[in-house]
Design a protein around this ligand. Structure first.
Ligand code: ARG
Length: 579
């Protein structure tokens, strides 16, 4: 890793002066973010972080003075050409030719794995992660919360895979419960076998809406209850109807997720844990954790003082299980099946309490691995409407973004040069949707706007895709020179240096996102990369420059695309995780 070799070299000099092992210093040396005010230093060491690592009596001393003193004790060498002190930092400038050469060679060599092989990850053990996301409820709305869960979960899974971890993607479908009682009855009156086959999600939703209205009638309600009871009793015919609803729905989900580039290893929903939930209740009882209330419901006491001031209800008075009971069963079953190191649930923040209770009960049951479960929550999105109205199906959102994007493309006449405008509109539109969602902290709520998301300028997914496509065509048009034939000394203009400096930071950014699972670090990195590329594109033209200069410009384009095999607009962004 390019940044790594520089960090190592700086750390080894520092280690002699500070008498600390270089490994302890590496994480305190970070690449300086590129700012509008051009800077010359490439790396900086934060004095506070080394003082913390060393003796405590240094703490009282003035940081600026410390930085100055330390800078004076360091010497320039073949890697570092300048050392200076800033407020609380020591700044290092890398030899300019070496910077260009090392970064470009590394990008060329690692391709799409650039940044991933950094030693920042060397102390992170390879893990097996179960990631549960999307998890819509059959026959109900696929709301914006499910869309967010889908793209955030997919981001986390992609990031983990890119960093070498093993990932199991699970869709915990809402495929059990009274809604199937209603659907079973509703289908007899309002169902159509043809419609069920051709568009199961939409048809089941329509039947569900209709039967819900009809169920104001007590007789219908009773019929639905009977149907669901038969389902719980495993009546064969009833089960086969349920299975058909479920199977056809999953088939359609798979098709739609594919448009988003999302897939699952398992569709194991709530139905699967219906019976296992009864075993969980038995276990809770055996462990003395299940308490009966006067109403006959079963609760687990989660209060510190054990005075029932905080409880979680795990059993209805008729002995049947609840949402949380099935989640308990699912967690235990997944541990038995996958022996995971970490399990992540992705839902909106309204379920935070639920997951907190879930992890607490698992802990009380003696499962220490409950500490390795994590709920990644996100905020609410307001105002996402399609032209037809409220969002009900994921497909509505995908079609809407595609048609709006296509319209924008037609009005700016960009469709002419594009081979498959509809496909392009879909890919670019999806990028716009994802980037709008990933720009802020996941926990923030935000107001959705199609116009803002689909702008071609500014910090949008459209701008990212546009930059990517532009660089890709530059690469296609100007050949594929080997980097060894390139005279890197040419690459010394301030705009080129800014790009190289930015590339130095990529592993740190990946590391940050991998730690807090927030996509915004990678997204803002890519947006800055695109801005820098746009500037460089103007000031360092490939076309019309002398061949040796042009080659370097072209290699720079390769850099931005993630190496020699950088994709086209159809393949998404340069980053392995965000697509
Ligand atoms: N189906 C649920 C819903 O739509 C989300 C499931 C979340 N995952 C879980 N293990 N409880 O609200």
């Amino acid at each position: 890793m390019a940044a790594g070799s520089f960090r190592r070299s700086i750390a080894s000099q520092l280690s002699k002066v500070l008498d600390l092992p270089p490994e302890n210093l590496i994480k305190s040396i970070s690449a300086v973010p590129v700012s509008k005010k051009r800077h010359v230093a490439d790396f900086q060491l934060s004095i506070a972080s080394v003082i913390e690592n060393s003796s405590s009596d240094c703490l009282a001393q003035d940081l600026q003075l410390q930085a100055q003193q330390l800078a004076e004790r360091l010497k320039c060498d073949s890697v570092v050409s300048e050392i200076s002190a800033g407020p609380g930092t020591v700044n290092f400038t890398i030899n300019r030719e070496l910077l260009a050469k090392t970064v470009l060679q590394q990008v060329w060599k690692d391709g799409s794995e650039y940044g991933v092989k950094s030693e920042l990850f060397s102390t992170v053990p390879r893990q097996k992660a179960v990631i549960e996301f999307s998890s819509p409820n059959i026959a109900k709305k696929f709301h914006i919360g499910h869309l967010r869960s889908t793209i955030v979960g997919n981001f986390i899974a992609n990031l983990k895979v890119a960093l070498g971890h093993e990932v199991v993607r699970i869709n915990y479908l809402g495929d059990w419960g009274m809604q199937f009682g209603l659907l079973g009855v509703g289908f007899q009156s309002f169902g159509s076998k043809e419609k069920l086959k051709s568009s199961p999600l939409q048809h089941l939703f329509e039947v569900y809406v209709q039967i819900n209205k009809a169920a104001e009638d007590e007789n219908i309600k009773k019929l639905a209850k009977d149907f669901f009871r038969k389902l719980e009793d495993h009546d064969e015919q009833t089960l086969s109807i349920w299975k058909q609803f479920r199977d056809l729905s999953i088939e359609e989900y798979i098709r739609i997720y594919k448009r988003l580039g999302v897939h699952f290893d398992e569709y194991s929903g709530e139905s699967f844990y219906q019976e296992k939930a009864q075993e969980v209740l038995k276990m809770l009882e055996d462990k003395g954790l299940l308490q009966k209330t006067i109403k006959g419901t079963g609760v687990v006491d989660l209060s510190e003082k054990k005075d029932l001031s905080t409880v979680s209800t795990v059993m209805r008075s008729d002995g049947t299980s609840l949402y949380i009971t099935r989640d308990l069963a699912a967690a235990i079953d997944r541990m038995n099946k996958h022996s995971w190191d970490t399990m992540i649930y992705v839902t909106d923040k309204s379920q935070s309490n639920h997951f907190q209770h879930l992890f607490q009960i698992l802990k009380l049951m003696g499962y220490d691995w409950a500490e390795r479960c994590q709920h990644v929550s996100f905020g609410l999105v307001q105002g996402m409407k399609t032209r037809r109205g409220e969002v009900i199906f994921l497909e509505d959102v995908l079609n809407e973004v595609r048609s709006r994007m296509l319209q924008n493309m037609t009005s700016t006449k960009t469709t002419k040069e594009i081979q498959d405008p509809v496909e392009t509109a879909e890919k670019v539109g999806l990028a716009a949707l994802i980037i709008q969602d990933f720009r802020g902290l996941l926990s923030s709520d935000y107001q959705f706007s199609w116009d803002r998301a689909l702008q071609s300028r500014g910090d949008t997914g459209v701008f990212l895709q546009y930059t990517h496509a532009r660089l890709h065509s530059l690469e296609q048009m100007h050949g594929n020179a080997e980097l060894t034939d390139v005279n890197v000394a040419c690459l010394q203009e301030p705009d080129a240096i800014s790009l190289l400096q930015h590339l130095l930071r990529y592993d740190e950014v990946l590391y940050r996102s991998s730690q807090d699972l927030q996509p915004k670090h990678i997204v803002s990195y890519l947006l800055t990369l695109s801005h820098l590329a746009a500037v460089a594109h103007k000031t360092l033209p490939v076309k019309g420059s002398a061949p040796d200069v042009a080659q370097v410009g072209h290699s720079g384009a390769g850099v931005l695309e993630g190496g020699p095999e950088g994709g086209s607009i159809h393949q998404g962004f340069a980053s392995p995780a965000v697509s």
